[in-house]
Design a protein around this ligand. Structure first.
Ligand code: PLP
Length: 452
């Protein structure tokens, strides 16, 4: 391998990173991560830290999951690629769609469509939603409703339903006919309350108003994350998603659950929709479906949506959408092995138990650090929102948040920052000792950044 200075220099010169400014690379070079083992990663200097980011919400089983690695190696030997466009398919993929129908049975989802990642899955959901209504004789249902602070990837459709202007402004104009409702965000919301149920009712009222204003017959779908992830781990009140489901049903609007983060156990339930007792019409998944080892995703489709397509024998029911890598056999083999391990290790139960310990520890940190304004989480997706003034809730400065991250890293734990939030999404196989390690590194990080 080349020496460190060569790598840093050429990273800055030739490599543009997602969600980063290319001009920042000299002053603040990214850490070069060269190895992963268990729940730890190792940087180019040989420093080993616990990865409390879990890759990017996706390495749920850690970095040493041999059955998934072996499945990938074996599949590369058998069939490294073949297309699944009309006319051909492959065995691991058929087996995977069978397994996924079992996996998502309780969510009422029985058909799958495969993609290369979360943005592809979101795009697929948006397209299928529009086509569904055309098949049902309602071609004017083309609009989408989404939540502020929602994150739905970076394709143009996904960016259009995103609820964060950082991901929108530089790329406008986006898709027309997209409307946003407030996030179910207890700490900051337009309803001047901290009562989650009241916030849920307030958003429901705004949704009904928007439907009346736009005309229900123009709206294709509501897209939402059951727990908002990238927007700062916003956990809605338990009544929120059921309320949204009920309003969608009453107005013939499809509900798309974007479960790119929440599917496969992260919240402590196997899906975020199940956590709230809701059955979506379409579900986007990706990330943990292959434990992050292979770029892959699946859109899960309900019987209701599937029937509209399957009973229409004209060209209108044909799916004019798909990717070269839809149903990649290596991705399918990786997913099959991941699902097996995910189930065998019962990671949702561990996420629930370790998540409770982590949340209790984070609340204890809040009592000791003025920098923490809010603590949020469900299962093993948690966030600390940092403030410069607890009473005024003024967001902490960027360099303060960065300092927390840097000092936590020094103390042996990688955490992620997003705006004023420190985000935790460790592998779902962490132990109680790992939770203690995360908390003590955060304690050190918060102390280093000042405040009490
Ligand atoms: N949807 C949600 C809820 C996500 O969190 C993400 C990524 O974090 C995406 C979509 C986009 O996924 P990808 O980055 O794999 O394209």
């Amino acid at each position: 391998m080349r020496e460190t200075n060569f790598l840093i220099e050429n990273n800055a010169r030739h490599l543009w990173h997602p969600m980063a400014h290319p001009a920042e690379m000299h002053a603040t070079p990214p850490r070069i991560i060269n190895a992963g083992e268990g729940v730890e990663i190792v940087d180019i200097h040989g420093k080993k830290v616990l990865d409390a980011v879990g890759g990017l919400w996706n390495v749920n089983l850690g970095y040493s999951c041999e059955p998934v690695k072996k499945a990938i190696r074996d599949q590369l030997d058998d069939l490294p690629y073949y297309s699944t466009f009309r006319g051909t398919t492959n065995s691991p993929l058929i087996e995977l769609s069978y397994e996924l129908a079992e996996w998502f049975k309780e969510d009422g989802l029985s058909r799958s469509f495969f993609t290369s990642g979360g943005s592809d899955s979101v795009e697929t959901c948006l397209r299928l939603a529009r086509q569904y209504h055309k098949l049902n004789g309602q071609p004017e249902r083309t609009k989408f409703v989404a939540l502020k602070k929602g994150y739905h990837g970076t394709h143009f459709g996904g960016a259009s339903v995103n609820g964060n202007s950082n991901f929108r402004r530089n790329y406008e104009p986006l898709l027309p006919g997209v409307f946003h409702l407030p996030a179910p965000y207890t700490y900051r919301n337009p309803f001047a309350t901290t009562d989650g149920a009241e916030i849920a009712r307030g958003i429901a009222r705004l949704f009904e108003d928007e439907i009346a204003f736009q005309g229900a017959d123009t709206i294709a779908a509501l897209i939402m994350e059951p727990v908002l992830g990238a927007g700062g781990v916003i956990v809605p009140h338990e009544t929120f998603m059921p309320l949204m489901r009920e309003i969608c049903d009453r107005h013939g609007i499809l509900l798309i659950a974007d479960e790119v983060i929440t599917a496969f156990g992260r919240t402590g339930a196997w899906t975020g929709s199940r956590l709230w007792g809701v059955k979506p019409d379409l579900m986007s998944t990706a990330k943990a479906i292959t434990n992050g080892y292979y770029p892959f995703g699946a859109v899960m489709i309900s019987d209701k949506v599937a029937e509209a397509f399957e009973t229409n024998r004209t060209a209108a029911g044909s799916i004019g959408h798909g990717y070269t890598y839809s149903g990649h056999p290596v991705g399918a083999a990786a997913a099959l092995a991941t699902l097996k391990e995910t189930k065998r290790l019962d990671v949702a139960a561990n996420a629930g138990a370790r998540g409770e310990e982590l949340m209790a520890g984070l609340q204890a940190l809040k009592a000791n650090h003025d920098l923490i304004g809010d603590v949020r989480g469900k299962g093993l997706m948690c966030a600390l929102e940092l403030v410069s003034d607890q009473a005024k809730k003024s967001p902490a400065a960027k360099d303060v948040v960065q300092k927390v991250q840097d000092a936590a890293y020094e103390a042996g734990v990688m955490v992620r920052t997003s705006g004023p939030n420190v985000i935790l999404s460790p592998p779902l196989v962490i132990t109680a000792e790992d939770v203690t390690r995360i908390l003590s590194a955060l304690d050190a990080g918060l102390s280093a950044a000042g405040g009490k």
